[in-house]
Design a protein around this ligand. Structure first.
Ligand code: NAD
Ligand code: UFG
Length: 350
């Protein structure tokens, strides 16, 4: 990856949703790269402890606002108080099953918060945006690997909010000076090497990795493997797991491309993954190796809405953002295990 040039125009970055799993890892990378950081989060799915630990890891300070991004009056005061050069927009609700039960909650939160943000960015002439999109916008892709030109579709309200937000941003970019990089994440996993920050799900984890970690640490009995009759190498679902620190670095590369006015387009989309697919059983076996613990599992029926496999073609991000994922699945699992054992109750012990 290329170094930032010594002279750069972006200095102060607003990170919405920065106290969350991915956001806290992005904050570490941004502080270490010398940026001034403003974090805005309503803590609806996170703890301020993550940000305190970001400051411990980096030995640097950030400015935090506990605020709801849908509250335009409050967020206006943040734009008035700081000379923001760029925004990384992660704030949003992300639980697929909850979005099916409470679609309005997802549309209200994810869409309205983005509208407030875009209005204020226009009002205060902040023209650089990186948005957290998801591989979920590819729906059920017809072939693998998935590249950015594939047709878009959503299979649940959460995914539809991501698609809608992508469309809204594209529309705004057409008629204003806004420059955006839409990053479609595949399956973020792992934790910071320090073991101080990581994924801290509320209640029963929906995603594979935190569930496996909780079984390994003895918090849950066994993993349910959702389906073993998919047309994959061992019949279980295949995904493109990407280390959260690699993912975080992708955001820096996106900002750098915009800062240098590199010819990537005014609203450009990039997949962030490794390009490599691993099955559920690969993850379970890998976690046993990383942790030295037995991870019991049972084969169960397919989870409704799941697809057999999903992995990325990442050549566009390699070429245009000068970014590639560096960390292996083993490293993700080792780091997830360190986080899990150092913080069996997540941030709630602080
Ligand atoms: P997270 O829940 O840990 O982080 C999201 C943060 O946004 C939380 O801290 C939450 O408190 C905050 N938030 C939500 N609504 C808000 C609002 N109205 N105002 C202010 N803050 C608000 O989730 P994450 O895994 O870190 O995901 C970050 C982003 O990446 C999300 O937009 C998510 O949809 C997207 N994404 C995540 C994954 C994944 O598997 N983790 C995959 C693809 C895309
Ligand atoms: N799985 C199990 N047991 C579990 C949990 C998951 O077998 O307890 C399987 C799933 O069936 C799937 C794989 O493990 O084959 C990964 O499942 P996750 O729930 O961890 O991840 P998904 O790929 O289903 O979805 C995640 C996010 C979505 C996001 C998508 C792409 O939850 O929001 O990655 O980024 F859109």
């Amino acid at each position: 990856m290329r170094q930032w040039p010594r002279r750069r125009r972006i200095n102060c970055i607003l990170v919405t949703g920065g106290a969350g799993y991915i956001g806290s890892h992005i904050c570490v990378e941004l502080l270490e790269a010398g940026f001034q950081l403003i974090v805005l989060d309503n803590l609806s799915n996170s703890s301020q402890q993550s940000l305190k630990r970001v400051e411990v890891i980096t030995d640097k300070e950030l400015t935090f606002y506990q605020m709801d991004l849908t509250d335009k009056v409050a967020v206006t005061s943040v734009f008035e108080s700081h000379s923001i050069d760029a925004v990384i927009h992660l704030a949003g609700l992300k639980a697929v099953s909850e979005s099916c039960e409470l679609p309005l909650k997802y549309y209200q939160n994810n869409i309205n918060s983005t509208l407030v943000l875009l209005e204020l960015m226009a009002q205060f002439s902040v023209n650089k945006l990186v948005f957290s999109s998801s591989a979920t916008v590819y729906g059920e892709p017809e072939k693998m690997p998935v590249d950015e030109t594939f047709p878009l579709a959503a299979t649940n309200p959460y995914g539809r909010t991501k698609l809608m937000i992508e469309d809204i941003i594209r529309d705004v970019c057409q008629v204003t000076a806004l420059n955006t990089v839409l990053l479609r994440y595949f399956n973020p996993a792992g934790a910071h090497k320090s073991g101080l920050i990581g994924e801290d799900p509320n209640g029963i984890p929906n995603n594979l990795l935190p569930y496996v970690a909780q079984v390994a640490v003895g918090k849950r009995e066994k993993v349910s493997v959702f389906g073993d009759d998919y047309p994959t190498k061992d019949g279980t679902g295949v995904r493109d797991y990407i280390h959260v620190v690699d993912l975080a670095k992708g955001h820096l590369q996106a900002l750098q491309a915009m800062d240098e006015d590199r010819e990537i387009g005014q609203c450009k989309v990039f997949n962030l993954g490794t390009g490599q697919g691993y099955s559920v059983l690969d993850v379970i076996k890998g976690f046993e190796k990383a942790s030295g613990q037995k991870v019991d599992y049972q084969l169960t029926a397919r989870r409704s809405g799941d697809i057999a496999e999903c992995y990325a073609n990442v050549s566009l991000a390699n070429e245009k953002l000068h970014w590639h994922a560096e960390k292996s699945l083993d490293e993700m699992l080792e780091d997830a295990w360190r986080w899990q054992t150092m913080n069996p109750e997540g941030y709630s012990n602080d």
